[in-house]
Design a protein around this ligand. Sequence first.
Ligand code: SF4
Length: 308
Amino acid sequence: MVAIEEVRKLLESRGAVLLAHNYQRPEVQDAADYVGDSLELTLKALESKASTVVFAGVDFMAEQAAALCPGKRVLVPEPTAKCPMAAMLTPELVKRYRKRYPRAPLVVYVNTIARVKALADYVVTSANAAKLISSLDAETVLFGPDKNLAEYVAEVTGKSVVPVPKHGHCPVHEVITLECLLASKSEHPNAKVLAHPECPREVRRLADFIGSTSQMVKAASELGGKEYVIATEVGLLHRVHKADVAAYPASRYAVCVEMKKTTLSKVAASLLEGRNVVRVQPRVAEGVRSAIERSFELLGVDAPWLRR
Ligand code: SF4
């Protein structure tokens, strides 16, 4: 087994930076330069002086980093790590819904493949989806691929949010049922519940706080609780524990096997061999950048790649 120190030495000698998603294995998170959600990590890749970026996450995250950082080499330690929810929204499906709703803007969740992002009007995270959609001059909005996030955004904004596809979902968050949340709450009656908006409605209804993974980590420090039940993928517990609070999973079965495919040995191997370079066609990358730029503009956020 490769140790964290070995990976750190390799990263240094190769002039590389390691980015790890909040759902990665604890030891991969501990070896990383940055831990966060997917867009946050892409922005870290842009800011970094490193010429090589190792992205410990799933396919759409590494693609996004490659699209926004064309001057950098993006390596993915485990190329078979793919998000099943992202795969539920295809370019063909986008075209079909565009035809059916010609006036509705298409907003896609960051958890989509690059070819879909390139066809979208806007790209959002779970942290800013409601803000962006409420600022659109449209009452009906197409949103994909997560139906739970679409429903949450509709509740918050009061808009008609059409899920694309109808039943798109994260299989990991679907495992977090009302029954298991209630069981966890009864074991920890004083704990506050932090939930990700990808969770089903009945779970969201019992939450004290709903937000993205990074917002949940922040909330664990700011809500003043000593104990939390965490309704998202179990990998986030590692980060929440660092806030010096007790945290318990809403469901211990909420494990993303795709995220867990990345190990320290695979990070080391990809660095040593320079293998699994992520490539995005220039035309697709341009489309991804444009969709994210439009979104940033609407949100009043500076697009860092335009500063260069
Ligand atoms: S947790 Fe869900 S959305 Fe995230 S990568 Fe895994 S399957 Fe995809």
